[in-house]
Write a protein that binds this ligand. Structure first.
Ligand SMILES: NC(=O)c1ccc[n+]([C@@H]2O[C@H](COP(=O)([O-])OP(=O)(O)OC[C@H]3O[C@@H](n4cnc5c(N)ncnc54)[C@H](OP(=O)(O)O)[C@@H]3O)[C@@H](O)[C@H]2O)c1
Length: 318
């Protein structure tokens, strides 16, 4: 806390989706918010939302989390100006779709680098000052994909297993500091633009599987974790079922995950050309609060209808 009793909260990935919703809710709690992402224009618009929401102060930092020096420089600057960082919510993340052998090496490596090494860079920069004061909370955004496997999402799933592992390692190593909390919040499907922004070598667009929740719902869970830290938090009613199936019934899981993923987590009606999406560089125009893809169950119904129409067309042609 600053002398005035307000929190200093650093949010990475703050220009879109869960990070944006978290930054706005932190601003509503009158925190000093620091917004980090690569693209400046979307950050400026997020900053305006935070100002209107009542932030004690707003600062934007156009920084790539894979740039350890830039992250370290920002954190040193914040400590010099505020004296403390009370909380970090690490939301910066990217996705690539495609069979393992179809995703270019550069894209695969950058997903791992952003999601895992980016988290490590952020933690490495803030943890020493938190340990010194025995005060501070770090929230890492994991995913249900950090506990299971899904076809055509190798780099992302590997990265989220890595994030969950990083959180567990840090929880064990920081048991000697009761005031320092490392928390991993793992959502299932969330209605954000990450699916549309993803690199794609699958040919069809990805989308949040049902039951998708809003970014505001994840953000309010994160704000709850900042008030009352918890090591592991799931957001999404289906997460425990998926993890149970993967762990206890691997044969059944492996047989079902392919067809279910195609139906519930991609939209075969919307073809996409191969491309790197926002993985290698920011695509600021695509950053916003929600993905606004059709409601999950409606989308599944539409896909089934289009599959049925295709089947009828094929049968009539014969
Ligand atoms: N949406 C879901 O269904 C879902 C489910 C489970 C977990 N999650 C996790 O939740 C987190 C937030 O996801 P989201 O859905 O809110 O994504 P999003 O809407 O696409 O937002 C991603 C944010 O990260 C920033 N970012 C990307 N690469 C960066 C980099 N190298 N350095 C700094 N900032 C970077 C983006 O801005 P720039 O591109 O301008 O940098 C953007 O602000 C991610 O870790 C994601 O894996 C999401």
């Amino acid at each position: 806390m600053t002398d005035a009793g307000t929190r200093v909260v650093l949010v990475t990935g703050a220009s879109s989706g869960i990070g944006l919703a978290t930054a706005v809710q932190s601003a509503e709690a009158s925190d000093h918010v620091v917004l980090l992402a690569r693209g400046r224009s979307a950050l400026e618009s997020a900053a305006e939302k935070c100002r209107r929401a009542g932030a004690a102060s707003v600062r934007v930092a156009a920084v790539d989390v894979t740039d350890a020096d830039a992250v370290g420089g920002l954190v040193a600057d914040l400590l010099a100006s505020h004296g403390v960082i009370d909380a970090v919510v690490h939301c910066a993340g990217v996705v690539a779709y495609g069979r393992f052998e179809d995703v270019p090496e550069e894209v695969f490596d950058q997903v791992i680098s952003t999601n895992v090494l980016g988290a490590a860079n952020v933690v490495r920069s803030v943890l020493p000052s938190m340990r010194e004061r025995d005060h501070g909370t770090i929230v890492l955004l994991g995913s249900v994909l950090g506990t299971i496997a899904a076809p055509t999402m190798s780099a992302y799933a590997i990265s989220k297993w890595g994030v969950r592992s990083l959180a567990r390692q840090l929880q064990i190593e920081n048991r000697d500091r009761s005031g320092v909390h490392i928390c991993c919040v793992s959502p299932g499907g969330v209605d954000t633009p990450i699916y549309l922004q993803a690199a794609n070598y699958l040919g069809r667009v990805g989308r949040p599987p049902p039951p998708a929740v809003s970014p505001e719902k994840v953000a309010s869970t994160v704000l709850g974790v900042l008030r009352r830290p918890r090591a592991r938090v799931n957001v999404g009613a289906a997460n425990p079922l998926m993890t149970f199936g993967f762990t206890v019934l691997p044969g059944v899981f492996d047989a079902l995950v392919g067809p279910l993923f195609a139906l519930a987590a991609t939209d075969e009606r919307h073809r996409v050309e191969p491309g790197t999406g926002n993985v290698l560089r920011s695509v600021p125009d695509g950053n916003r609060l929600r993905g606004e893809q059709a409601g999950s169950l409606t989308a599944i119904a539409l896909i089934l209808r289009s599959r049925a129409a295709d089947a009828v067309r094929t049968a009539t042609r014969r």
